[in-house]
Write a protein that binds this ligand. Structure first.
Ligand SMILES: *Cc1c(COP(=O)(O)O)cnc(C)c1O
Length: 218
């Protein structure tokens, strides 16, 4: 394999360091091969491989580096990733929290999660509206196996730069009020908008295509 992937990771790390300090990279690895993912992780500059789908994570899984779940998680699939995913970025509803709690009880473990925010407030998309966050966090507090480490946001794809800044800043504002030693992670920004997200206070960005190139299939 050529070293295009390593090169891309270095460029992204450099670009990030120009706009903010200590922003972690979680590589969005959906549809990528384990060889591509290894090339990316071998740089030592990427915190985790972020998979969208449970099946892809379990097929590619290796304990050699960290794996996160960044996509919508079905409750009946939680059991397959509960030992493998370090951080679930996409905790977006109460019945998912219930399931994570149950699966953690069985294994006597705790699970780090981020609350996914519905930035566009689109009906079709998952996630908690910013104005409902307090209520949702109160409900999740009842689950002692779940450690809420922060928030995650995906901006609508059709948003322009100004709208992105507004959305990311709104999310950051709510995040920064709650921020503490445990609630310390704000995951936002993909290939098209990670620099804007980082400038707005993201602590973690999730580029995919910017690392691996355009996808040949979805
Ligand atoms: C695919 C995906 C990304 C990365 O998207 P790119 O446009 O390839 O950078 C980030 N986050 C989530 C949740 C994704 O599904």
């Amino acid at each position: 394999m050529d070293n295009r992937i390593e090169e891309n990771v270095r460029i992204i790390k450099e670009q990030l360091s120009d706009v903010a300090k200590n922003v972690e990279i979680v590589a969005a690895t959906k549809t990528r091969t384990i060889e591509e993912i290894r090339a990316c992780m071998s740089t030592g500059l990427v915190l985790a491989a972020g998979e969208n789908r449970v099946q892809e994570l379990t097929e590619k899984y290796t304990p050699d580096f960290r794996w996160d779940i960044i996509g919508r998680l079905q409750t009946n699939k939680v059991k397959y990733i509960i030992e493998k995913a370090t951080l679930i970025h996409s905790m977006d509803r109460l019945n998912l929290a219930e399931t994570i709690q149950k699966e953690c009880e069985k294994r006597n473990k705790k699970q780090d999660v981020l609350i996914e925010i519905n930035t566009g407030e689109e009906e079709s998309k998952g996630g908690i509206a910013l104005r409902d966050l307090d209520m949702f966090l109160d409900q999740v507090a009842a689950f002692d196996r779940i450690v809420v480490r922060g928030m995650m946001a995906v901006a609508p794809v059709y948003f322009g730069e100004d709208e992105l800044k507004t959305i990311f800043s709104d999310v950051y504002e709510v995040f920064s009020k709650r921020k503490n030693k445990v609630f310390d992670t704000l995951s936002m920004g993909m290939s098209n908008d990670f620099l804007i997200a980082a400038a707005c206070g993201a602590t973690m960005v999730r580029p995919g295509r910017a690392i691996f190139g355009e996808r040949s299939y979805l």
